[in-house]
Design a binder for this molecule. Structure first.
Ligand SMILES: Nc1nc2c(ncn2[C@@H]2O[C@H](COP(=O)(O)OP(=O)(O)O)[C@@H](O)[C@H]2O)c(=O)[nH]1
Ligand SMILES: [Mg+2]
Length: 404
């Protein structure tokens, strides 16, 4: 697939799946696509049970009728995580990366930790996490969010204090959270969640999770009952809820992809449009823990780092990821700087013979251009080690040339 940084992929590709050894792996072809994206990325990931309309909703975000495969059988079509990079519809110079995950709770998955891993990766890689469920937000829907409660064991913020629970810091680095409720019919139950309506529309609300509910009959389960709510509240910096009505008549539901908008409920289209506008407007560019902007290229490295960590049985760590990204980017920045210097010097050769002072002055000039190229890409080169190595490289190239 041909792709460059200002072009959109015409269809999604598999990003992360399970290899024959049963371990998660990142697809090389997806990495190659990301490698070419120098723009900052806004990453929107969707999670939730299978067959709840996740892929359909992601296609709407891509502005397309079809793309991510919709599941027509009980087994989810999407294995692992699929990726679709499109140019951001409203933020110029930004790429929108849509991540569609396989349905949680699917049968026959083998590894019991599989769903948790997919959920963690969606949290780690996205700047906006969409949790999709069908029906009402009842206790079951909240309990299906068990994956949220497991996050404190699945993600570390700091590399030190291996055993310490640092989930109190999640909120600073986690994606914003949107709960998409599909086929919504009943009123939200007040004993489950308190929803504060902050907009004039009735289908978009601020999610405020109620955590002091007392489960009178089964007192023992109070903590268990409140736990997922507490976690949503505690981990995610912003929480929104969208309630979608039925999209169309039941007999049309399975061919939603091929329906004309005239056959889709106008209310559904309105909510969908509102949802998309909200995501486009409110989703931030993905950042690393230290605030460094994630480009497509860095997102690829980030995915590889997290997937390798999970596959090795270790817990992914936000701080370690910053260090890993800085190492990769700084090495690449040195190479880029050297390239600038060397190609400039090559050009200078055409005008040889030159006086040494002219060559020296060109060396000065190219060195500073090379440094600028380096600085553009490098980050966290705190001790200046990488910049030094660029300078040493430039001088070496210079000497080689003068001696010839
Ligand atoms: N009832 C209902 N069906 C939907 C909705 N959105 C999509 N579908 C249909 O549900 C099936 C599964 O959709 P899909 O997006 O593949 O679900 P996923 O497994 O969560 O990704 C498809 O036949 C869709 O046409 C919705 O809002 N309500
Ligand atoms: Mg799907």
């Amino acid at each position: 697939m041909k792709f460059n940084h200002h072009m959109s992929m015409d269809k999604p590709v598999c990003f992360i799946d399970t290899g024959s050894d049963g371990k998660l792996r990142v697809q090389q072809s997806a990495l190659q696509i990301l490698q070419q994206i120098q723009q900052p990325v806004v990453v929107v990931a969707v999670v939730g049970l299978y067959r709840t309309g996740k892929s359909y909703l992601m296609n709407r975000l891509a502005g397309k009728q079809s793309g991510f495969a919709l599941g027509s059988t009980i087994e989810s079509k999407t294995k692992g995580i699929w990726m679709w990079c499109v140019s951001h519809p409203t933020k110029a110079g930004t790429t929108l990366v849509l991540l569609d995950t396989e349905g949680l709770g699917d049968v026959d998955k083998g590894d019991p930790k599989h769903d948790t891993n997919i959920f963690s990766l969606a949290v780690l890689l996205s700047s906006t996490l969409v949790y999709n469920s069908r029906g009402t937000i009842d206790n079951k829907a909240v309990m299906d969010l068990q994956y949220v409660t497991e996050l404190s064991e699945c993600i570390k913020v700091k590399s030190s204090d291996e055993d310490a629970d640092d989930s109190s810091e999640f909120v600073k680095f986690f994606p914003s959270f949107i709960w998409a409720v599909r086929d919504f019919t009943l009123e939200l139950k007040i004993d489950v969640l308190i929803i504060t309506i902050t907009t004039s529309s009735c289908y978009c609300a601020e999610l405020f999770c109620y955590s002091s509910f007392l489960f009178s009959k089964h007192f023992i389960s109070v903590i268990e009952y409140n736990f997922p709510r507490d976690c949503i509240q505690k981990f995610f910096p912003s929480r929104k809820c969208f309630t979608f009505p039925f999209p169309t008549a039941p007999e049309n539901m399975s061919c939603l992809e091929s329906l004309n908008s005239a056959d889709i409920s106008s209310e559904f289209l309105k909510v969908t449009d509102h949802f998309c506008q909200f995501v486009f407007h409110d989703s931030c560019v993905k950042r690393l823990k230290d605030g460094h902007t994630v480009t497509g290229r860095v997102l690829g490295h980030l995915a590889k780092t997290y997937v390798d960590t999970i596959s090795s049985g270790a817990v992914p760590c936000l701080e370690n990821a910053v260090i890993a990204m800085a190492t990769i980017e700084n090495e690449a920045a040195v190479k880029e700087g050297l390239q600038v210097y060397q190609s400039g010097m090559e050009k200078l050769k055409d005008s040889f013979p030159l006086e040494l002072k002219d060559v020296s002055s060109e060396h000065q000039h190219l060195s500073s251009t090379a440094t600028q190229a380096f600085m553009k890409r490098s980050f966290r080169d705190t001790d200046g080690k990488n910049l030094k190595s660029l300078e040493v490289g430039n001088v070496r190239s210079f000497r080689m040339m003068v001696n010839h």
